[in-house]
Design a protein around this ligand. Structure first.
Ligand SMILES: C[S@@+](CC[C@H](N)C(=O)[O-])C[C@H]1O[C@@H](n2cnc3c(N)ncnc32)[C@H](O)[C@@H]1O
Length: 295
């Protein structure tokens, strides 16, 4: 949804934009092509390969930050004409076995977007309790067999030592998942869950959405593309919460707090896009506009 997302930003050529998820820079490059000499683009990414790619853009209007997008609130208040978030992992991350995101390719069990900090999945699984493994796999993978998978990981740790590779984890999960979902590898949900957990994806998304309210100027657009229902639920609820007037029940006669966003709807990728890029099939784009009411 490259063109749709940039169209949804309704780019003001002189505006300052934020691309919260640079990736390989598809959205950033298109956005830059719409800006005048006065326009600015600040991009974020946690991934070192994304940062290396961003450094190849030599353009005084562009800057890249190697940090989580929850830090976008550090930008000046009401300074941005638009914030774009294209959530999740990038294709280069999934396709590189060394990153450990894919159960289809053998690699170290890492899954960190930012490999310069934090624990890898292998490190976490080495001594996480059965209860916390089950909770993560159930809550972030919506996996019915979370308890059985957690016990199977623990059994395997005790018998043969900690899990080190994606193939080892996929094998343990396949042995614990008793019914197969058509067309879905049994490891899909567990890998998704561990990736979301190890990168604190949902917490960072919530914080970045709150921060976007501060940095967007009145009329500025928030455009978020999410790839699974847990992310989309957070975005949907966030927009819904800020798209209505809030009454304080303790002060029934006080004027309600005015709404901070106008919800502008949701879009799914076209059939052609899904045909040419099957990974886009679960994408949902939500758009909202900052109202004139500031904090
Ligand atoms: C789907 S890709 C973005 C693709 C990009 N729009 C493009 O055109 O190439 C998501 C990117 O967001 C980054 N990312 C995910 N969560 C992040 C976070 N909390 N903070 C910063 N970057 C994040 C990932 O490292 C990945 O490079």
């Amino acid at each position: 949804m490259l063109n749709e997302a940039i169209a949804a930003l309704q780019v003001n050529p002189d505006g300052h934009y934020i691309d919260a998820t640079f990736g390989r820079g598809g959205h950033s490059r298109l956005l830059l092509s719409k800006l005048s000499a006065l326009g600015r683009l600040t991009a974020f990414d946690k991934d070192l390969d994304a940062i290396a790619e961003a450094k190849t853009i030599v353009d005084p209007r562009f800057s890249i930050r190697h940090e989580g997008f929850m830090h976008l609130g550090q930008l000046p208040a009401a300074s941005a004409a638009g914030v774009l978030m294209d959530l999740g992992v990038s294709s280069p991350q999934i396709d590189n076995p060394v990153r450990g995101f894919s159960f289809r390719q053998e690699g170290p069990l890492d899954m960190r977007m930012d490999t310069t900090r934090g624990q890898s999945v292998a490190e976490w699984l080495a001594d996480a309790s059965i209860e916390s493994m089950a909770e993560v796999i159930r809550d972030y993978g919506e996996e019915r067999f979370a308890g059985q998978i957690a016990k199977a990981i623990d059994r395997r740790r005790q018998e043969r030592g900690p899990l080190g590779t994606t193939a080892e984890l996929a094998e343990v999960v396949a042995g614990a998942v008793k019914t197969r979902e058509p067309g879905k590898d049994p490891a899909t949900r567990t890998f998704q869950a561990l990736r979301i957990f190890i990168n604190a994806e949902l917490e960072e998304l919530q914080q970045a959405l709150e921060a976007s309210l501060k940095v967007l100027q009145p009329g500025g657009r928030l455009v978020v593309i999410s790839f699974h229902s847990l992310e989309d639920r957070i975005v949907k609820q966030f927009i819904a919460t800020h798209s209505r007037e809030v009454f304080d029940r303790r002060a029934p006669f006080a004027a309600p707090k005015a709404m901070k966003l106008n919800a502008l709807g949701r879009t799914k990728p076209s059939e052609e896009e899904v045909a040419s890029n099957p990974r886009s099939r679960s994408a949902v784009m939500r758009v909202a506009e900052r109202t004139g009411v500031l904090e």
